[in-house]
Design a protein around this ligand. Structure first.
Ligand SMILES: [Mg+2]
Length: 435
């Protein structure tokens, strides 16, 4: 089954004003929907990062794709890898956020093509994608309630605003309300708080308030995206020793593998064994042995979008197991196509035992590109559908609307720092560590 055409659909999706240590989410998140056409009349679809750079990388790959058999992707990976090696760059560096590191661009581009190829193969063979990956470890994949401190507003601009479903969330009490709303609507059984936004004392109090509300049966995680120093990370680790136990973790409290290794040593010396997770210090395979050597990371947050696809994600799952590390999954703003790619990939990873992150609840039905509407969560889980491929079809009217919005946007790259200056504090800068 040969690829005969590549269609790239840049889209904009309304997004509420969510905060992180990077700044503020803009009124629209940008994504790219990728479609391949094949000589058997079957189309494969995927979703990936948005904006100019990912689009340019996909366009540049087009000559390699036309005429390519969707069953023959290993050689395509070899070509991508050779090209990346020629371009140079130090893969041991951990200074960029996932999704933006130019060194991994080829892995992200390949992943988008791999998802679409697997979708096409699944449709041709009448099999769900996870069953093409050797079969599933589980029939449904658990996701966590991904809480964000936020300003008032539901996202969108100029007559295209969304309802503010969760209201402002800048206090521990408001975050408990947000968590209760999420759990009532989606049935999530694990909670992750995006931190690094307010004073660590307020974030500690937020986690404690969540624990008081939900009890030890609901695991809690906090991810300040490196906003804390080693000292502050140790202090928070000590303060939340009880709250982050029972399946919880401390995610990227400070920058670098070495920094996280130091936090780990100092916490262990105090008898505190809270695991640390990462999707900032650890974003590529060479980082795993480094993280292991420093005992810096006990749980790797995988993501098939930037680790190089679903098969690379399975290799990561195995690799982590060999190194005695656990596996969870990172997320960016995304729609239903990505949600299904994440679900199929997670279902085929035996060691992925933590509930995965997802931004999906922050988007609305008005912004979904999947025909038939939003993907349902039942008890916090997405079930593998019995449909072939990823199990989704595109709604082309919706796709056209979201493309129009993208065309009207003044930006082609995500810039949370600029957005923060524009809407919250004109003097704001991303300082690491902030506390
Ligand atoms: Mg993270």
């Amino acid at each position: 089954m040969k690829i005969t055409a590549l269609h790239l659909h840049p889209i904009a999706v309304a997004d509420p004003p969510l905060r992180s240590s990077y700044g503020l989410h803009a009124p629209y998140a940008i994504r790219t929907i990728v479609e391949i056409e094949t000589d058997e009349g079957i189309r494969g679809v995927s979703e990936t990062y948005g904006g100019e750079r990912p689009l340019a990388a996909l366009r540049a790959a087009e000559p390699k794709l036309i005429g390519r058999d969707v069953f023959q992707l290993t050689r395509l990976w070899m070509e991508f890898e050779a090209q990346a090696a020629e371009a140079g760059g130090d893969r041991s560096q951990t200074w960029m956020v996932p999704g933006e590191n130019p060194i991994d661009q080829h892995a992200r581009t390949f992943a988008a093509i791999e998802f679409a190829s697997l979708d096409a193969i699944g449709k041709a063979l009448n099999k769900p994608v996870c069953d093409l990956l050797g079969g599933r470890a589980r029939d449904e994949v658990a996701f966590s309630a991904y809480l964000f401190y936020k300003h008032a507003g539901g996202g969108g601009l100029g007559g295209d605003e969304r309802e503010d479903e969760y209201g402002e969330g800048l206090t521990p009490e408001a975050m408990v309300r947000q968590a209760k709303d999420f759990i009532a609507r989606y049935g999530f059984r694990e909670i992750k708080l995006k931190g690094g936004v307010l004073d660590p004392e307020v974030e500690i109090e937020t986690i404690r308030a969540l624990r008081r509300e939900f009890g030890p049966a609901v695991p809690l995680r906090i991810d300040p995206n490196c906003a804390w120093s080693v000292d502050t990370s140790v202090k928070v680790g000590e303060a939340l020793v009880e709250e982050l136990s029972n399946g919880g973790y401390l995610e990227d409290p400070c920058a670098t593998i070495e920094g996280m290794g130091e936090v780990r040593r100092r916490l262990l010396a105090k008898g505190i064994d809270t695991p640390q997770a990462s999707n900032v210090a650890v974003t590529a395979f060479p980082h795993i042995p480094m993280a292991w050597k420093h005992d810096a990371v006990q749980i790797v947050l995988s993501d098939p979008h930037y680790w190089g696809g679903m098969r690379a994600q399975q290799q990561l799952d195995h690799f982590c197991h060999v190194f005695g590390m656990g596996v969870s999954m990172h997320s960016n703003n995304h729609l239903g196509v990505s949600l299904m790619a994440m679900t199929h990939a997670a279902a085929a990873c035996p060691h992925l035992t933590y509930a995965c992150d997802t931004h999906y609840p922050w988007q609305t039905a008005r912004d979904e590109v999947v025909a038939g509407g939003r993907i349902p969560f039942v008890n916090g889980c997405v079930r593998i559908p019995s449909k072939p491929g990823l199990g989704v079809e595109l709604d082309y009217d919706q796709l056209a609307r979201l493309k129009e919005r993208y065309e009207a946007l003044p930006y082609r790259k995500r810039d949370d720092e600029a957005e923060m200056r524009k809407r919250v504090d004109p003097n704001w800068k991303r300082i690491l560590p902030r506390w």
